[in-house]
Design a protein around this ligand. Structure first.
Ligand SMILES: C[C@H](O)[C@H](O)[C@H]1CNC2=NC(N)=NC(=O)C2=N1
Length: 93
């Protein structure tokens, strides 16, 4: 598993909605109806992350969830991060 360079990142980010590259991670902030919805989505994401063995760096404040993805083991962004981002997009719709 190789980490992507900036060109490879840009191509892949274009395929996702609302994700940006910030300080070594791909990042997206979600705003949900309320805390219950945010936490329900986090629970679904958690199971996907566990299934992929690839886990987010995330922050939840009430109905807002910021997700940061990077591959610690590679010190950069890899396909694993995009795989999880795609699962997150499917869950958050
Ligand atoms: C030992 C365990 O498989 C590794 O630490 C996995 C777990 N989840 C992970 N999650 C993320 N985001 N990056 C990793 O490099 C990573 N590695």
């Amino acid at each position: 598993m190789q980490k992507f360079n900036s060109d490879e990142l840009a191509v892949r980010l274009e395929k996702l909605q609302g994700w940006t590259y910030e300080n070594g991670s791909i990042v997206k902030t979600f705003v949900f109806k309320d805390f219950k919805e945010a936490f329900a989505k986090m629970t679904l994401i958690a199971f996907e992350a566990e299934g992929l063995n690839h886990h987010p760096d995330w922050e939840n404040v009430y109905n807002r969830l910021t997700v940061r993805l990077n591959t610690h083991d590679m010190g950069g962004i890899t396909q694993n991060d995009f795989d999880l981002a795609e699962r997150i997009e499917a869950i958050t719709g």
